[in-house]
Design a binder for this molecule. Structure first.
Ligand code: SF4
Length: 342
């Protein structure tokens, strides 16, 4: 196996998030708040065979973690078939999925059987009426059913993700933690990020890691940080009774210096950062007959010149506001978080 490339800041290429669709069946205000979107043309979306070929090339370069994202990845018909293909690659020992959970009850078993190892489900509120108002979805019951099915399907881990937003769900932090704890699941609280598509982002509505920890400590007692994996985005903590949880402080304490994550959009653009402006068009290479070796070389060249530190640069801005206005998102839908995979 060739040596795993490292970027200009010494960060290895080993973690790939693959968006399999830009479509979603929710409209969360922190990601897809608009009424209308410009969708990627259908013919541009990578087939499972194309994704599988790229996964093999990335595995040959040293990528060993793949996470399937979207949009909502379970909107892609028969996602288990893709998982089955990806699970065959020897080098890929961590195959995970992030989903909003609406369709998970029916898919959890087939996905596990196909070789999926880990699942993360987004759960921002325990109140159906809040989900209706905030994400325009009446399917809260389906999300809970999906979490239950995943927990019963034998995955290595099932985690919950909750984006915490002031005056939306910040009063639910203890309840969400309790929900996860009572089911033996780990929850990660995520700071509201100013990514592409978050056109209503406002610093005032960001609930910081510090505030989240203070809220939890008031309810449960001292919170102890766990120091395990410097490359993981979530900092993990332990409560006095042994319950663990995570906080992803991308907005107030970004962790770009240890970021080994790369992204593949549903139409095959290789992106180096959630905030990155430019990408490498791998679909073009695939569809014009480039060899695996030639594609691997282009990926390697792209990665070794990587200097991206998007969230750290945003955190350094004196006057931080929305990242992209609506017209710029419509001009280039690849700037949307739902297209590049959050
Ligand atoms: S902002 Fe970019 S470099 Fe920083 S952690 Fe996120 S993806 Fe990685």
């Amino acid at each position: 196996m060739p040596e795993r490339p490292t970027d200009a800041l010494g960060r290895p290429l080993r973690n790939l998030r693959i968006s399999v669709t830009d479509r979603c069946n929710m409209r969360c205000r922190y990601c897809m708040p608009e009424e209308e979107y410009v969708w990627l043309p259908r013919a541009s979306i990578l087939t499972f065979e194309e994704i599988d070929r790229l996964a093999g090339i990335f595995a040959g370069l040293g990528v060993h973690k793949i996470r399937l994202t979207g949009g909502e990845p379970l909107l892609r018909h028969d996602l288990a078939a893709l998982v089955r293909l990806l699970a065959r690659h020897d080098g890929i020992d961590d195959l995970a999925l992030t989903t909003n959970g609406i369709l998970l009850a029916r898919e959890a078993g087939p996905l596990r059987e196909a070789g999926l190892r880990r699942v993360t489900v987004s759960l921002d509120t325990l109140r159906p009426e809040r989900m209706q108002a905030f994400a325009r979805s009446a399917r809260h019951g389906d999300v809970l059913a999906g979490i239950g099915a995943a927990a019963a399907s034998g995955f290595d881990t099932v985690k919950l993700n909750a984006v915490v937003i002031r005056d939306y769900n910040d009063d639910e932090v203890p309840e969400l933690l309790e929900f996860a704890r009572s089911r033996g699941l780990e929850i990660r609280f995520i700071e509201y990020m100013d990514v592409g598509g978050a056109t209503q982002w406002d610093l005032e509505r960001v609930v910081s890691q510090r505030e989240i920890l203070d809220t939890i400590a008031r309810r449960y007692g001292p919170v102890t940080p766990l120091r395990e994996d410097d490359w993981a985005p979530a900092e993990r903590f332990r409560l006095p009774d042994g319950t663990t949880f995570g906080v992803i402080a991308s907005t107030t304490a970004p962790f770009c210096r240890t970021c080994d994550r790369s992204r593949l959009t549903a139409d095959g653009t290789f992106l180096l950062c959630l905030y990155g402006e430019r990408g490498l068009d791998l679909r073009e290479l695939l569809r014009t007959g480039a060899s695996d070796e030639a594609i691997a070389e282009r990926i390697r060249e792209t990665w070794i010149s990587r200097t991206d530190r998007g969230a750290e640069e945003r955190a350094g801005l004196a006057d931080r506001g929305v990242l992209h206005q609506l017209d710029s998102l419509r001009a280039d839908p690849r700037r949307e978080m739902h297209t590049r995979g959050g």
